[in-house]
Design a protein around this ligand. Structure first.
Ligand code: GLP
Length: 243
């Protein structure tokens, strides 16, 4: 694991965007694995800025998102589909038919998960995957568990994730209880992975992820076994690693 320390959130976002931009320059038809949550928003803003300046062409880029709430359709403002349109896709020249996200409106989990795995296979795998980090160590929506889930699956969200994501919804009852997510096995197939982490509230879990035992109870700890992971984290998030 390479660790890239930044002084703050903005610098973390710019660093991540530069790496994504380099990936697009090197392989204009690359497959980007994209994440949601508050952490990558600054990275997406920077990508939009670079695109508007004429430095970044997304016309050949393909993207696959990590996860989506089960039960929310695309029009729902809390869906990850909507998030991606709002923060990135509608501001750049990526073709809508080149963007892939699990379909939250699909009620049959087995069918939807198999369909999404097939989509990822047809894309030929992810070149560069961005990940955020949940407070309980989750990546995508792979919650702490007894085993590492291999493929895209339907997951019941833990209480802590429901509470953490409650801030995006009007009432706690509105937070979906389930989600479709790439599995840990799916995520590990990406050629390169960027883990973005910001803020003192992530300091304890980031230390566990980087230096603790590899265990499905801390899903992101599996990244220690991936050959090409770069953690881009700000000082606040890395504070417990200094100790
Ligand atoms: C959500 C997403 C994850 C994200 C995590 C952290 O549950 N499914 O992909 O990484 O939350 O979110 P944030 O970046 O807002 O802390």
């Amino acid at each position: 694991m390479k660790i890239y320390r930044t002084s703050n959130y903005l610098e973390m976002s710019r660093t991540a965007a530069m790496i994504l931009a380099a990936q697009i320059q090197l392989k204009p038809d690359c497959v980007l694995g994209l994440a949601t949550g508050s952490t990558p928003i600054g990275t997406y803003e920077e990508l939009v800025r670079l695109h508007r300046l004429g430095y970044l062409d997304f016309s050949g880029v393909r993207s696959a998102n990590l996860d989506e709430y089960r039960g929310l359709d695309r029009e729902n403002e809390q869906s990850y589909y909507y998030f991606m349109q709002h923060h990135l896709f509608r501001h750049i020249n990526i073709s809508p038919e080149n963007t892939f996200i699990p379909d939250g409106s699909q009620q049959d989990p087995d069918k939807e998960c198999a369909r999404y795995e097939q989509t990822l296979k047809q894309l030929g795998g992810v070149d560069l995957q961005i990940l955020g980090l949940g407070h309980n160590g989750h990546i995508g929506f792979n919650e702490p568990a007894d085993t590492f889930p291999k493929a895209t699956h339907c997951v019941s969200l833990t209480r802590s994730t429901i509470e953490a994501n409650r801030r995006f919804f009007e009432k706690e009852e509105d937070v979906p209880r389930q989600a479709y997510t790439m599995g840990i096995g799916t995520i590990l197939q990406a050629k390169k992975i960027l883990l973005l982490v910001s803020g003192s509230d992530k300091a304890d879990i980031l230390k566990e992820v980087i230096t603790g035992p590899v265990t499905p109870q801390v899903p992101a700890s599996i990244l220690q076994f991936h050959p090409d992971v770069t953690v881009i984290a700000d000082e606040a998030a890395l504070a417990r690693l200094d100790a």
